[in-house]
Design a protein around this ligand. Structure first.
Ligand code: GDP
Length: 613
């Protein structure tokens, strides 16, 4: 069969071989796999009616289409698969309990509270926590670590429940998007005085999509006009039928404010778990789980809350969480107490990690520090590559010229690092809301919790980005690297200050500010008349140096008498020169300008773009 040719370039057609590409790969990645020129693949796509650039990340469908045209079989590998393969190469399996049936013991359900804004999610999480404070217990200061565990008596048995205490489905979905399953049961909070609202439906759909059973908490029954029956009716339309109506969803009427029926709600969670889920785990294996929340603490370094899903995590264990790793130096529970071990469904705050993992990152305990480090490094490298790939279009120098001439969009690329995920997100969203006109676009290429690292500088170099450190500094050699490579790293500790400065920088980008820098002055001693060039000033350089093509003004008796002149010609004796320094004599021709007198001063200057500080 004839190979397709584009513009006379022969393309390497395949014979149905399989090539593997990461999800979101670009035509350049594709070209690399089959040893072709990326530009020729761009042309192939154009023939197929799709305009894509070589470096832009494309959809699964586009990759499939291209593969078909080129006679390859493409296998698209998701990030989760890639990670699974990485762990497999170390003989580690994530997600399955080891051992046999006998090794499995019942574990507490993990619950997320979801629902429409203002329906009482936060209040409910507080109320549940309060019912469980063991009175007078030493060291029992409640701490927000991102999750907590409570116990409740069901059928004469003490049963534990773990609550993820970031309410709302955003965290839930963000984790799920990363392939992490954190939640066993969702409590859907619906205010009885307000009924089913848009976010109620949204939350419900998220839970259903994740195949998570729902317990409905009909809240605010203390409020006048509360109508719990109406809520039941409304939810029937979405497939949640209350038990008392013959369905299989438990509805509990509560008041988070008055602490009413909280026990019944907890009981409903346990009963639902027992009826629909088989929540068991092996506590004896090496611990595995996921990170729920993390931040950088000034005194203690990286602090991460992890949820143990199987196995038992112990102080001294070597763990890897996303691209962070380390030996567990200490563990704290949700009351701030030191604990030495944590079994299945237990949330603990872990100290001792090298850096801050992301929410939803999985964690595993491994035998050797070296393994942990290698896995973490491989993941970091992959993240970096993915970030590079995500980079908008790569504007080369010649492109940039064209883009600017065409007056197209200019883009300010940012990398944001901060001490907590909340502040990073807040800063990012405020920056993205900055309105600086049509011409400039802000793009956040990468964001994360932790110090500014060499890999951030790497990314900034490759994409002309500015790095923002919010309450963090550069780590290791990152600062030197930034200085060497001319990467702009800015540190802030107040959000509005960061926003103000970026806004100012953006406005500067729209209209560069220039400042005048004086170069040198020349005093006119004599005037020569040339038939060809007009008047030529015979000068002595009084200060600095005078350069050809520099801007100039003419000063007579201390007053500027002419502006916007140019040093058109510059001579020493008979030679054209580019500059004459202080103390030397020479001849200056100011082009068409001839109105000069002996004693006048020619002051030269240059316009320099003002550095933004
Ligand atoms: P969220 O946005 O879902 O987290 O809602 P909040 O927990 O912040 O609650 C929103 C408002 O409703 C707050 O003013 C709460 O005090 C109030 N609230 C929450 N639960 C109840 C309740 O059971 N009864 C009454 N009367 N008010 C409640």
């Amino acid at each position: 069969m004839q190979a397709p040719s584009v513009g006379g370039v022969m393309l390497p057609r395949g014979n149905g071989e399989t090539i593997r590409l990461s999800r979101g790969a670009s035509l350049t990645d594709f070209a690399e796999k089959i040893n072709a020129n990326p530009a020729s693949l761009v042309a192939v796509m154009m023939n197929l009616g799709e305009m894509v650039t070589a470096t832009q990340s494309v959809s699964d469908e586009t990759l499939q289409l291209l593969a078909e045209e080129m006679n390859y079989n493409v296998q698209i590998v998701s990030p989760e698969e890639e990670d699974r393969e990485l762990l497999e190469s170390f003989d580690i399996e994530f997600g399955e309990d080891q051992g046999s049936e006998e090794d499995l013991v019942v574990r507490p359900p993990v619950v997320t509270v979801m629902g429409h804004v203002d329906h009482g999610k936060t209040r409910l999480l507080d109320a549940i926590r309060k019912t469980n404070v063991v009175a007078g217990e030493a060291g029992g200061i409640t701490q927000h670590i991102g999750a907590y565990q409570v116990t409740t008596e069901v059928n004469g048995e003490e049963r534990a429940i773990t609550f993820i205490d970031t309410p709302g489905h955003e965290a839930f979905t963000a984790m799920r998007a990363r392939g992490a399953k954190s939640t066993d049961i969702a409590i859907l909070v619906v205010a009885a005085n307000d009924g089913v609202m848009p976010q109620t439906v949204e939350a419900l759909n998220h839970a259903k999509a994740a195949d998570v059973p729902i317990v409905v908490a009909v809240n605010k029954i203390d409020v006048e006009g509360a109508d719990p029956t109406k809520v039941r009716g409304q939810l029937t339309e979405y497939g949640l039928v209350a038990e008392e109506y013959g369905g299989d969803t438990m509805f509990v009427d509560i008041s988070a404010k008055q602490g009413l029926n909280i026990d019944s709600l907890l009981e409903a969670v346990i009963l639902t778990a027992d009826a629909t889920l088989d929540l068991r785990a092996n506590p004896k294996q090496a611990a595995q789980g996921i990170a729920i929340e993390s931040r950088l603490d000034r005194g203690r370094g990286a602090v991460a809350t992890v949820l143990v899903q199987r196995g038992t995590l112990r102080v001294g264990d070597t763990m890897v969480v996303g691209d962070a790793y380390g030996r567990v130096r200490a563990m704290l529970d949700d009351s701030g107490k030191n604990v030495t071990e944590a079994g299945p469904s237990m949330p603990v705050q872990v100290l001792g990690l090298t850096n801050v993992p992301g929410a939803g990152d999985n964690f595993i305990v491994v035998d050797e520090d070296r393994t942990a480090r290698q896995i973490a490094e491989k993941r970091a490298a992959r993240e970096r590559n993915a970030a590079f790939a995500k980079r908008a279009r790569r504007v080369s120098l010649e492109d940039l010229d064209k883009v600017l001439k065409a007056g197209e969009v200019q883009q300010l690329n940012l990398i944001i690092k901060g001490d907590a995920s909340g502040s990073v997100e807040a800063l990012e969203s405020s920056l993205l809301q900055l309105d600086v006109g049509e011409e400039v676009d802000i793009r956040v290429l990468h964001r994360g919790v932790g110090a500014v690292t060499e890999s951030d500088i790497d990314l900034a170099m490759g994409s002309d980005a500015i790095v923002i450190g919010f309450n963090v500094r550069a780590a290791g050699r990152a600062q030197q690297m930034a200085e060497r490579e001319g990467v702009d790293v800015r540190y802030y500790s107040v959000i509005y200050q960061a926003i103000e400065e970026i806004e100012a920088a953006l406005k500067g980008m729209l209209k560069p500010e220039y400042e005048e820098v004086e170069l040198g002055t020349a005093e006119i001693r004599e005037i020569f008349k040339s038939s060809k060039l007009g008047n030529i000033a015979g000068v002595v350089i009084r200060s600095g140096e005078v350069r050809r093509n520099a801007k100039a003004r003419l000063i007579r008796d201390g007053k500027v008498v002419a502006e916007n002149l140019t040093i058109d010609g510059l001579r020493r004796f008979k030679d054209d020169v580019t500059e004459i320094r202080e103390g030397f004599e020479g001849g200056i021709n100011l082009g068409n300008f001839n109105d000069i007198k002996v004693g006048d001063i020619i002051a030269t200057y240059e316009l320099r773009e003002k550095p933004r500080v």
